[in-house]
Design a binder for this molecule. Structure first.
Ligand code: ATP
Length: 140
């Protein structure tokens, strides 16, 4: 089977660079399934789950948004942040979610609502991916 080179890059580092079989990504207009030889594509991503199939094995990441470009047999994700499911710190994501929700509920005059809502979406994406997909049983 032909392969697709997937590169996931943040401002800080290359998070992932592997030949894969299938990518499923959270496009702003819905879930996108990308196979090798997909038509050229440039789209924004929303916070959610990245699903990668490589050699028949699935792996999962949380992404907080960014861009996906598909050109030839290469897919590039420029992500705000991306974490492998096993690297997600659930306590930290819960604390970030609670902080953002408390800020929204208190609604001080100087609050940046969009920023607080973005923080809610990032944390919820991390929690959803970690709770649904983690193989370790100590996190439920
Ligand atoms: P926090 O308030 O916990 O710092 P945040 O939403 O402000 O969360 P981000 O700006 O989204 O943090 O991410 C900053 C960096 O920390 C990124 O490299 C991201 O991958 C990492 N990160 C954030 N939250 C988590 C988490 N719960 N588990 C693992 N890595 C995380």
């Amino acid at each position: 089977m032909a392969e697709l080179l997937l590169e996931i890059v943040t401002a800080e580092r290359v998070v992932y660079s592997e030949e894969i079989d299938i990518l499923v990504a959270p496009g702003v207009d819905g879930e996108l399934g990308i196979l090798p030889s997909h038509a050229p594509l440039l789209t924004m991503l929303k916070p959610g789950e990245l699903r990668v199939v490589k050699n028949g094995e699935e792996s999962f990441m949380a992404v907080s948004g960014g861009f996906l470009e598909v050109l030839g047999d290469k897919a590039t994700i420029l992500a705000d942040t991306a974490e492998d499911v096993e690297d997600i710190d659930i306590d930290r994501a819960e604390a970030a979610l609670q902080r953002a929700q408390e800020r929204i509920a208190a609604a001080p005059a100087e609050m940046d609502l969009q920023r607080a809502l973005a923080s809610v979406r990032r944390s919820q994406a991390r929690l959803t991916v970690a709770r649904r997909r983690r193989r370790r049983r100590d996190v439920v």
